[in-house]
Design a protein around this ligand. Structure first.
Ligand SMILES: [Zn+2]
Ligand SMILES: [Zn+2]
Length: 154
């Protein structure tokens, strides 16, 4: 039986819940996720905005590209997730799975994205899970080109 998914930031200022399970899950290995999270890759559980809401506090927001709005705690800096300003997934909030109260309930990613920037010495990609290049999407390719040079990724 499904129970409401809950989570929040390190300091507790931001809390969220979803009354439905994630629509999909994935890891993103792109340079923007690496740069913004400071990690080897971003993890995502994608929740439909119809069932997802912030229940405590309001995350700070930052556009890392023209299409992606990042959400983080203004108090402790925890990277919480992101939403898309446009495209198929603009009705979803993607949550970094480490902020879930019970991350073990999200078994594994359904896809790997941005694999052209994957760091093989740090993360091994499971066999049988689709691997998608970020530059296979014209929308994402264009957005990346607009901001890459700013962060030193020339
Ligand atoms: Zn916090
Ligand atoms: Zn990414």
């Amino acid at each position: 039986m499904f129970k409401t998914v809950t989570g929040g930031c390190y300091c507790g200022a931001i809390r969220y819940e979803s009354t439905k399970p994630p629509v999909t899950t994935g890891m993103c290995h792109c340079r923007m996720c690496q740069r913004w999270t400071g990690m080897a890759a971003g993890t995502g559980a994608f929740f439909d905005l119809d069932s997802f809401r912030f229940t405590k506090g309001e995350p700070a927001r930052f556009m890392t590209s023209p299409i992606l709005e990042r959400h983080f705690c203004p108090e402790c800096g925890t990277h919480i997730g992101h939403s898309y300003a446009t495209g198929d997934m603009s009705n979803q909030e993607s949550i970094f799975i480490g902020t879930l109260d019970e991350p073990l309930e999200i078994e594994s990613p359904a896809f790997h994205f941005g694999v052209e920037d994957h760091l093989p010495g740090w993360i091994q990609l499971q066999e049988g899970i689709p691997q998608v290049r970020a530059d296979s999407s014209p929308l994402i390719k264009k957005a990346f080109e607009q901001v890459r040079s700013k962060s030193g990724d020339g």
